[in-house]
Design a protein around this ligand. Sequence first.
Ligand code: WTA
Length: 647
Amino acid sequence: MSESLVFAPSAAAIARTRTTAAQYEEMYARSLSDPDGFWKEQSQRIDWIKPPTRIKNTSYTYPDISIKWFEDGVLNISANCVDRHLATRADETAIIWEGDIPGTDDKVTYRQLHERLGRFANVLKANGVKKGDRVTIYMPMIIDTAVAMLACARIGAVHSVIFGGFSPDSIAGRINDCDSKIVLTADEGRRGGKTIPLKKNVDEALLKTPGVERVIVVKNTGNAVAMQAGRDVWYADEAAKVSADCAPEPMNAEDPLFILYTSGSTGKPKGVLHTTGGYIVWASLTHERVFDYQPGEIYWCTADVGWVTGHSYIVYGPLANGATTVMFEGIPSYPDAGRCWQVVEKHKVNIFYTAPTAIRALMGAGADIPDQYPMPSLRLLGSVGEPINPEAWLWYHKHVGKERCEIVDTWWQTETGGILISALPGAIAAKPGSATKPFFGIKPIVLSPEGKLQEQTKAEGVLCIADSWPGQMRTVYGDHARFVSTYFETYKGYYFTGDGCRRDEDGYYWITGRVDDVLNVSGHRIGTAEVESALVAHPKVAEAAVVGYPHDIKGQGIYCYVTLMAGEKGDDALKTELRNWVRKEIGAIASPDLMQFAPGLPKTRSGKIMRRILRKIAENDYGALGDTTTLADPGVVTDLIENRQNR
Ligand code: WTA
């Protein structure tokens, strides 16, 4: 039924859009037939110190994957996000900050942002940071965090932002992987009425990071924290010593901008590396077109800057476009499920961009809550992070958008730098549950799992992208071979997304979720291998297998099968212990939802765990287990089914 629902663009959206349906078709066709010409033109949206003459230089030929865009161009991103707006909108608001505690807020104009980032950049320099150095940022959702990111970009340092929900062990792993000598943090963060001990977590992490020489601490809550002499300094003290004047460092288009760690199907999280020129062209162009952003509008993306959505669509894309971007410290459910709608009305938000998991949670709290808020400023709604089920889409459309706002369901990944598949308001009709059509320069292709190209329009299989686009990641930091093998080895000649999809008869894309061992829990990517290795690191655990199962709010929940060491007793106390253990090893976002103690796991005769069977049992769909005769010990399955947790 859902596939037959179509929401044509409203007359209002058509009247104001930057991209009409005809323009979309024409620009899309040209972006594929003449990428050099198309992207040369689009690159002019950026202020270059030296404009590029070479536009696209990319190869998907396995194993020599090489991606360069605008490679002889020179620019500085912070100048594009801030300085260049000073002539026209210095006194307009760049960032509106809404605090976790209702009633607390703040804002900075572009002029103030310019001053703050210059000063922060000089603090970094004074503390020894040089072009190319990696700077770890473990900070809360406050304006200083955006300032810190821009300050790194100002001097050519490469930032690695770590989400505040990660544990000390996860922080240490990321710091060591990119060999970062400096960490920027705050005393504490605030979220949902709780304080997050950021500095304390950093202190614990730093017991395992021999390379860190300096920690710069921003005072946020003002509560006392330990400061280690010779290593830790307060930002305010450092800022008092320097000027706010810092010339932007000229950066080559292919110089690194940031590293962002993300989970894959194997091993530890990988450092996705994005560079300068292509990234900012992509982030700013997609922000402008997908949200049809027009000057003066208030734009709010509810993500955290610790994720790629926060990088591209709170900080870089909106600021490059001179937008007013809202940064929200809190969570949608605090102090109650009306918070987002209060904030929309308070700041007169025009564009609201959030994740399906938040929509589903708010839906659960009842439609009468958003129904109390007319939210007349709202014009456009966005969704990102996971497939949005049509029920949630329709609820969002009716109770938040009042059947007046278009919805853009934006599909993309940390690796892609920005949106690749999405409707454009006023140009592309929406179908609830479909990310709709590809953005300029993106040629999605559908392959059978065996790799056969599905040429007919209506198709189902794995989603690959045929050619490079400017915002694409360039490598895995420090491990190019892993970049090549993860994304280019299975299906030669294409970028493999790790997602499955359907393409309908209208050429619309419906993302069906990950086809690899990556879970999407509340819109956060978690590798099953990471959770497994955390579990087996516990002395009482012999073996573990982790799979996802459908979860009403989170999209997917984490289901762990655990085999204990001989003599250990699997009881509720041990479940709690193991759950806390995983939270300590990785962070609260990886907390197991269901745990089953199993005397044995289903394995093939060669010793490979049959995850297909474990998934089916976790989904409570064990009637369709398929062939189990190849198992070394088919008997274990009976026990697994009898003791399943998801009934
Ligand atoms: C999923 C977040 C369906 C997908 C920007 C992808 C989506 C992974 C959508 C990337 C969407 C993201 N519809 N699925 N609109 N957006 N995904 O790296 O599985 O945190 O591969 O980037 O989220 O997650 P990541």
